[in-house]
Ligand binder design. Structure first.
Ligand code: GSH
Length: 201
């Protein structure tokens, strides 16, 4: 299997954490980089959206979007990081919440890096941060029991999202208003699968 990969992508990190937690071998990493304005070396032949992660199986079948790849690899390895219903629905909702944090956080990075300064629109950036702030509040207020339960992909996704906030938006200091989440993250991020996949770049 080939995984189109970057050490800075939090979506790729979700896949890499699952690979480590599930003990999956035989995943060849292929570096890719690009942006919405320049697909660069993104695997557009495999993922027409020009995004990573994208996985190409040994028989040439392309699978993309981190949620689909994670579900595929989990089922291949029988890892159980997507539990049986009814917990599954919470796991998937938590993963979607974490991915939504990432979507807003990545858009903020693109806005600051790619859009010419005179065309930036601060209310749009702050609107993205407001989505993240609401999601962090929801994690703190409603999701701690699930986060502290048996390991699943919802937890992995949340940990990768929080790691990305530290990596790209540390000035927003998300821990200040979310002490329970911060304590959970401190413990979760010490897992070998997390320390081995810290963003670099
Ligand atoms: N929903 C996708 C999002 C993937 C994504 O946005 N990846 C970023 C890298 S962190 C990317 O490929 N960006 C390039 C682009 O948007 O053109 C997933 O979960 O895999």
């Amino acid at each position: 299997m080939k995984l189109y990969h970057s050490t800075t992508s939090p979506y790729v990190r979700k896949v890499m954490v699952l690979v480590a937690e599930a003990g999956i071998s035989g995943v060849e990493l292929v570096h890719a980089s690009g942006t919405p304005v320049d697909p660069g070396t993104m695997p557009v032949d495999h993922n027409p959206l020009g995004k990573i992660p994208a996985l190409v199986t040994d028989d040439g079948h392309a699978i993309y979007d981190s949620r689909v790849i994670c579900r595929y690899l989990d089922s291949l390895a029988g890892a159980g990081l997507y539990p049986a219903p009814p917990r599954l629905w919470d796991t998937l909702t938590l993963e979607a919440t974490a991915d939504g944090i990432l979507e807003a956080a990545v858009l903020m990075v693109y806005e600051a890096r790619i859009r010419p300064e005179d065309r930036r629109y601060d209310p749009w950036t702050e609107g993205q941060w407001a989505k993240i702030a609401r999601a962090l509040d929801a994690l703190e207020q409603r999701w701690m029991d699930h986060l502290e339960g048996p390991l699943d992909m919802g937890q992995v996704a949340v940990a990768c999202a929080l790691g990305y906030l530290d990596f790209r938006h540390s000035a927003r200091a998300w821990r200040a208003a979310h002490p329970d989440l911060a304590a959970w993250e401190a413990e979760f991020s010490a897992r070998p699968s997390m320390t081995a996949t810290q963003p670099v770049g």
